[in-house]
Design a protein around this ligand. Structure first.
Ligand code: ATP
Length: 328
């Protein structure tokens, strides 16, 4: 395939939905059409690619969606795409629809599948990081992270009002797959007493630090954020641990769940998605393939998909220290 001859691009959203995905779809569509490239929108992620759920988009098809959460293309988790037979079927759709390159918007699973597909069938793939978890290496931010962080912070503010009315430890379970970015930064933004995240020490140690060392003496309530996979059973397990070790404290558990994915994207996420979507089309025009569009120090960068997936992004040590310093 000659990459400067891309005439038609396919776009899909896959994995967990994230606010700002619509802004990314809009940007990809308009940037492509502006450069004379046709856009085939693929519904339900890799499932739609396998099933041939493809519709050609015009610029009007993406009108009025920049402010909407979720994804108009729907998303799905698709086991079939993990099999060679599934990917073969997906390739048949690519041939039938005359798609020359794919833009996949999602997280590490989406990129893993996209990269494999690109290798097997010589279809250029560009990844846009669309996940609330912010867990992809090579980009300071992912589309949806900023919105989710704001949503979680708003929830914490509301909980704080009721928490200060009683002597309780509130344990709030936060999403993030294997990463603690949302939990740590929401804890800082919400002025929380502690964050329990997979990247740091044992849960017991983190808890003792937060509650057992007397910090609470000066406070009559605490809000502790618990990353969903920091401990098996999440916030509920942590509540049980506290009630066992410190029976003087009564606990309350709040699982924010899918609330964290919803809502209108923040201005930051809309701008990020718009820049990244336009950059994806430019990257294809420049002959790039199998890269993720990232942002570093406010500059758009291209990161090989293999690095984005396989390298581990760590939380910022100064953020972790700031939480410890400020939660006394
Ligand atoms: P999030 O981080 O928001 O959960 P994600 O992109 O990591 O998003 P996954 O469910 O892990 O979400 O992956 C999305 C889809 O990518 C899967 O349903 C599957 O179709 C495809 N996929 C994931 N891993 C692989 C793999 N190893 N091989 C082929 N396809 C894969």
């Amino acid at each position: 395939m000659e990459y400067n001859k891309i005439k038609t691009v396919g776009v899909l959203t896959s994995g967990g939905d994230a606010p700002g995905m619509n802004a990314a779809i809009r940007a990809v569509t308009r940037a492509a059409i502006g450069q004379g490239i046709r856009v085939k929108a693929i519904y339900r992620g890799y499932k739609g690619l396998i099933d041939g759920e493809v519709v050609e988009f015009s610029t009007q098809d993406v009108s009025g969606i920049i402010q909407r959460g979720g994804t108009i293309l729907k998303s799905a988790r698709c086991k079939e795409f993990q099999t060679p037979e599934g990917r073969q079927q997906a390739y048949e759709t690519i041939l039938k629809e005359q798609i020359d390159a794919l833009i996949v918007i999602g997280g590490d699973g989406t990129f893993t599948g996209g990269r494999l597909f690109a290798q097997e069938y010589d279809v250029p793939v560009i990844g846009l990081p669309g996940t609330i978890d912010n867990d992809l290496w090579g980009t300071d931010a992912t589309i949806g992270y900023d919105t989710s962080l704001s949503t979680i912070t708003e929830c914490i503010d509301k909980l704080r009002d009721t928490a200060t009315s009683h002597e309780r430890v509130f344990l709030v379970e936060v999403m993030g797959r294997n990463a603690g970015f949302l939990t740590l930064n929401a804890a800082i933004a919400g002025g929380c007493e502690a964050a329990i995240i997979p990247e740091r020490a044992s849960v017991k140690e983190q808890l003792e630090d937060a509650i057992g060392n007397g910090r609470r003496k000066s406070k009559n309530s605490s809000i502790v954020l618990v990353q969903e996979h920091a401990v098996e059973g999440g916030a509920k397990t942590v509540a049980e641990m506290i009630e066992k070790e410190h029976p003087e404290y009564s606990t309350r558990v709040t699982v924010l769940g899918h609330l964290q994915r919803g809502g209108s994207p923040t201005a930051y996420d809309r701008i990020l998605a718009s820049r990244m979507g336009a950059a994806a089309i430019q990257a294809l025009q420049d002959g790039q393939r199998n890269v993720m569009i990232g942002i570093q120090n406010d500059d758009i960068v291209l990161v090989p998909l293999s690095k984005a997936i396989h390298q581990k992004k760590d939380i910022k040590e100064d953020s972790w220290q700031a939480l410890q310093t400020l939660s006394i």
